[in-house]
Design a protein around this ligand. Structure first.
Ligand SMILES: Cc1cc2nc3c(=O)[nH]c(=O)nc-3n(C[C@H](O)[C@H](O)[C@H](O)COP(=O)(O)OP(=O)(O)OC[C@H]3O[C@@H](n4cnc5c(N)ncnc54)[C@H](O)[C@@H]3O)c2cc1C
Length: 317
C-alpha cells in the first residue's frame, strides 16, 4: 500500500478548514494516508482527522520547538519524516506557508512540484492546474520517485471516509539551521483570515471612493467571518495594501461566497476570483460586466446596501 502524506496547517491552534479538501484530494481506498503535523500538542487532532480517512497522525517534534520557526528546518524535518515512513507523495495547501515550504522540500528531494492544483488523479499521476490567468486548464503528468502537490484552498469539497487514526510521534533529530528565525508575524489588513484561503470575501473597488470607506467592508466582514479584498484600482490609489488585491496581478481566491462592491468586473479582476462558489455584485451600474457574471446582482449604492447588510447580519446573530 503506497503511503501518502498530507501536511497539516493550523490557524490559531486549530486545523484550517480548507485542509479537509486537501485530505479529500488524497483519499483513495488503495492508499494509506498519513497526516504530518508540527508539535506534540497536535496529537489532539486525531479525532478530527479520523472521519476523513487519515490512518496515521504523525506529530513531528524536535528538541527545541523554536527551530521549527525556520521554514528550512521544517522542510528538513518533513523530508526526514517522509524518508522514515517511506512516503513518496506529499499533499499540502497552496497557502502562504505552503508556498514557502513546498518548493524547499521539492528542491531538496529533486521532486516534481505542482502548486495551485484544482484536482489530482493519483492513478495516472496527473493534476489539473489553471494557466494564463485561468484561461486554460492544463493536465500535467508528474513522474519521479517523489511527487508534491499544492492544492488550491476551498477548491475540493471535503468528503468523509472514516477510519481508525493512530498517533505516532516522530522526533526530528537533525541539526537545526539557526541562520534564520521568524521573530514576528503581523496580521494584514485583509483581516485575520488569509485572503487566499478565506471562505467568504467581501471586496471593494473604485466605487469605495477612498481608503477610509473600506471600514464599512471591515465591519461587515467581521460579522460574516470574512476577509476583505480589493480591486487593483483601490490598491493603485493607495487606499489599501497590495496584499488585499484580488486578480491576475494580485491573489487568486476561491471562496464559497465572493461579494464584489463597486467593482466593474474587468477580465483581470475576474481571473482572480472566477472559481468562487457564489458571486454577489453590488453596483450602481446594472450593465457593469460583474453584474453579467455574478450569481446575484444588486443594482444600488453600496454605501446604503453594505451598512444595511451588516445591520441585518448582526440582528440575525
Ligand atoms: C496587466 C494588468 C493586470 C491587472 N491586474 C488586476 C488585478 O489583479 N486585479 C484587478 O482588480 N484589476 C487588475 N487590473 C486592472 C483592471 O483592468 C481594472 O482597471 C480594474 O480591475 C478596475 O477596478 P474597479 O472595478 O475597482 O474600477 P472600475 O472599473 O472603475 O469600476 C468601478 C465600479 O464601481 C461602481 N460604483 C461606483 N460607485 C458605486 C457605488 N456607490 N455603489 C456601487 N457601485 C458603485 C461603478 O458603476 C463601476 O462599475 C489589471 C490591469 C492590467 C492591464
Amino acid at each position: 500500500m503506497e503511503k501518502i502524506a498530507i501536511l497539516i496547517e493550523t490557524r490559531q491552534g486549530e486545523i484550517k478548514p480548507s485542509l479537509y479538501g486537501v485530505i479529500t484530494a488524497a483519499q483513495d481506498a488503495e492508499h494509506e494516508l498519513l497526516a504530518l503535523a508540527f508539535g506534540a500538542d497536535t496529537a489532539r487532532f486525531a479525532d478530527q482527522l479520523k472521519p476523513y480517512g487519515i490512518h496515521h497522525l504523525v506529530t513531528i517534534t524536535a528538541p527545541s520547538a523554536r527551530s521549527f520557526s525556520n521554514p528550512d528546518n521544517r522542510a528538513r524535518a518533513i523530508i526526514r519524516a517522509m524518508d522514515h515512513f517511506d512516503i513518496r507523495t506529499l499533499f499540502a495547501l497552496t497557502s502562504l506557508a505552503g508556498k514557502d515550504l513546498l518548493p524547499r522540500i521539492a528542491a531538496r528531494l529533486d521532486a516534481p512540484l505542482v502548486m495551485d492544483c484544482l484536482a489530482v488523479n493519483l492513478v495516472d499521476s496527473t493534476v489539473e492546474k489553471p494557466q494564463f490567468s485561468e484561461k486554460t486548464i492544463a493536465t500535467i503528468r508528474v513522474t519521479g520517485h517523489h511527487r508534491i502537490f499544492g492544492i488550491r484552498p476551498n477548491m475540493i469539497e471535503p468528503k468523509t471516509m472514516p477510519v481508525e487514526t493512530e498517533t505516532v510521534v516522530f522526533n526530528y533529530q537533525g541539526t537545526a539551521d539557526d541562520r534564520l528565525e521568524v521573530v514576528e508575524t503581523r496580521q494584514g489588513k485583509s483581516g485575520a483570515i488569509d485572503l487566499s484561503e478565506a471562505e467568504i470575501i467581501i471586496s471593494g473597488g473604485r466605487g469605495m471612493k477612498n481608503g477610509e470607506n473600506f471600514q464599512i467592508l471591515q465591519e461587515c466582514a467581521q460579522v460574516m467571518g470574512a476577509a476583505v479584498g480589493a480591486s487593483r484600482v483601490a490598491v493603485d490609489n493607495g487606499w489599501v495594501p497590495h496584499s488585499m488585491q484580488v486578480g491576475q496581478t494580485g491573489t487568486t481566491v476561491c471562496p464559497k461566497l465572493y461579494i464584489a462592491c463597486g467593482i466593474s468586473g474587468s477580465i483581470q479582476h475576474f481571473a482572480g476570483m472566477k472559481t468562487a462558489g457564489t458571486i454577489v455584485c453590488i453596483n450602481t451600474d446594472p450593465d457593469a460586466a460583474m453584474m453579467q457574471q455574478c450569481d446575484y446582482g444588486i443594482a444600488g449604492d453600496l454605501f446604503k446596501i453594505i451598512p444595511a447588510l451588516t445591520r441585518q447580519l448582526k440582528a440575525h446573530r
